[in-house]
Design a protein around this ligand. Structure first.
Ligand code: AHG
Ligand code: MN
Ligand code: MN
Ligand code: MN
Length: 347
């Protein structure tokens, strides 16, 4: 294994250089370091699998032994809860946050008085792709950073309800054959690979770029009967292949871990769609705006891709609730524009 050349950049060096270039301040730099360290701990827990006693459903505290159900109505996995705890614990003494919000917590949490507070808000999906944990398929952690409003003694849910374009940083960590941190500070999307011997993330791809065209789509087709008409029309034409109106054949991938499906399209192009479906119309699809769609949309746009809810840019969607859902169309710019055109022309 060739030794890492001195030209290799650690995450720490990359963040110092970003600060020197005025892209971030010291507080945000240190927040990203804390989140990256927490992701390393989650990677270790994920990697232990059955040996770490972390598989299977979490049991509701003080209950009858049934699974604990989160605010989403999902049965929590042990790793959902453990990953959430790791992120809370890592940030308690960080001093960079005014508050945190998570898929696994009903409401946001202000940093308690006893702990140091800072000027940022951290939102996260501590473990994305939970349904894949017990079958040893890649999962991840998704995070989003917003500025905390000035002069607020104690932040509440309402202070987190900022449009995605207000994010100052976003990223995910994917726990796959290798553990990778994909990060944007608003100046490109960059990939770091965890060097387990050194215990540090090393820059392995600066400025990821998504090809504008693609022949690969990621959709859970089993929901097709629940989709609205423009989505049905778009997929019908897609599946018609080169004999159809699109004039080319497409391939399909669906891993059911957003981090894994998005990582693939960031690496080689593609379109990822989780559309509105009438299974539960009020939920507007399955994915959550604040800590799944917004961070992924920022990463994708910073890599030259596009992200809409089928009609408008995801980063411009005004949030009204912390756990609100949003339809997601993101990836290769031209393909997202095409899928969005079907919806806009239909309306
Ligand atoms: P989470 O595990 O954080 O609840 O998110 C799961 C999401 C996302 O990761 C994935 O793209 C999608 O759910 C898969 O949905 P289906 O199970 O309907 O395919
Ligand atoms: Mn979940
Ligand atoms: Mn998720
Ligand atoms: Mn999750």
């Amino acid at each position: 294994m060739p030794a890492l050349s001195s030209q290799q950049r650690s995450l720490t060096r990359f963040l110092i250089e970003a600060q020197r270039e005025g892209q971030i301040n010291a507080e945000l730099r240190l927040l990203i370091e804390v989140v990256a360290r927490a992701c390393k701990r989650i990677s270790v827990a994920v990697g232990k699998g059955a040996l770490g006693g972390v598989l299977g459903d979490a049991v509701a505290a003080g209950g009858d032994g049934g699974a604990s159900i989160n605010v989403q109505g999902e049965a929590q996995k042990k790793l959902d809860v453990l990953s959430n705890d790791i992120l809370l614990e890592a940030n308690a003494w960080g001093g960079h946050l005014a508050g945190l919000a998570s898929e696994e917590m009903d409401h946001s949490q202000p940093i308690p008085d006893a702990y140091p507070r800072g000027n940022y808000l951290l939102l996260f999906d501590p473990l994305d792709g939970s349904s894949n944990i017990d079958v040893n398929v890649s999962v991840g952690t998704i995070f989003s950073v917003l500025r905390s409003p000035e002069g607020v003694a104690e932040v509440g849910d309402e202070h987190f309800l900022q449009a995605g374009r207000e994010q100052v940083a976003a990223g995910y960590c994917i726990y796959g054959p290798s553990t990778m941190l994909i990060l944007t500070l608003g100046h490109g999307t960059h990939a770091f690979t965890l060097d387990r011997e050194q215990g540090s993330f090393v820059l392995t791809k600066r400025d990821m770029r998504i090809p504008e065209e693609t022949k690969e789509f990621a959709i859970n087709m089993s929901n097709q009967r629940h989709w609205e008409a423009p989505m049905q029309a778009y997929v019908r034409d897609l599946l018609a292949g080169k004999e159809g109106p699109r004039g080319k054949d497409f391939n399909m991938r669906w891993i059911a871990s957003m981090v894994a499906d998005v990582h693939r399209l960031l690496t080689r192009g593609g379109i990822f769609i989780y559309p509105w479906d009438r299974k539960d119309p009020s939920k507007a699809g399955k994915l959550r705006l604040m800590y799944e769609a917004n961070p992924m949309a920022m990463l994708v746009e910073q890599a030259g891709g596009a992200a809409t809810n089928g009609r408008t840019r995801i980063l411009d969607v005004p949030p009204t609730q912390l756990h609100q859902r949003v339809p997601v169309f993101l990836g290769s710019k031209r393909e997202v524009e095409e899928a969005t055109r079907y919806h806009v022309d239909h309306d």
